[in-house]
Write a protein that binds this ligand. Structure first.
Ligand code: IMP
Ligand code: MG
Length: 181
């Protein structure tokens, strides 16, 4: 935990050891399931950054990765509306795994999936580190799921509050008074 993080306002939900072990398990499953395919890991910036870095190294297959960024109606509330950074590579005929930090309402993943599907990949699956089903609006198929989480605001391992705390190594829940202040 970084020294600057106020202890009184957080509690650890997934510590680094448990998190890294689960990422290795997901990597092993993906290795098993995508043998012989043209595997592309696609991540939505910025939250998926660390998950992509660790997951891709836990997959023992040739692969490439690419990035997208989307804007939202209200930052962090879901409901992506437009692409602010598009993929660099064509995905037609490829086996695409969308690597997401967290699925909350499901609106962001749903939007990105529809964009990707229109480009004709051979296969399109979702790998989400965290699943927060309580506020789901759009049902999204999550083929690979790291952890189911309660309806709390989470930071760390890529997840932010106003751009901060992404570099925490654990998944931490912020107490409500911290999020609202
Ligand atoms: P959605 O509600 O599923 O569309 O999620 C939209 C985006 O909100 C995610 O990609 C994250 O960037 C962000 N988000 C959702 N829940 C959390 C959280 O607990 N902490 C930080 N960001 C979150
Ligand atoms: Mg975010």
């Amino acid at each position: 935990m970084t020294a600057s993080f106020p202890e009184d306002f957080r509690y650890v939900l997934v510590d680094e050891t448990v998190l890294q072990a689960r990422v290795r398990e997901l990597g092993a499953q993906i290795t098993h399931d995508f043998q012989g395919e043209d595997l592309r890991l696609i991540t939505v910036l910025k939250g998926g950054l660390f998950f992509l870095a660790d997951l891709s190294r836990a997959v023992d297959l040739p692969l490439s990765f690419d990035f997208m960024a989307v804007s939202q109606y209200v930052q962090g509330v879901g409901g992506a509306v437009r692409v602010t950074k598009d993929l660099s590579d064509d995905i037609e005929g490829a086996s695409v795994l969308l690597v997401e930090d967290v699925v909350d309402t499901g609106l962001t993943v749903n939007y990105v999936l529809s964009l990707l599907r229109a480009r004709g990949p051979k296969r399109l699956e979702v790998c989400a580190l965290l699943d927060k089903p309580a506020r789901r609006i759009a049902q999204v198929p999550i083929a690979y799921r790291g952890f189911e989480m309660p309806d709390k605001f989470l930071v760390g391992y890529g997840l932010d509050l106003d751009g901060r705390y992404r570099n925490l190594k654990s998944i931490v829940a912020l107490r409500d008074e911290m999020v609202l202040s």
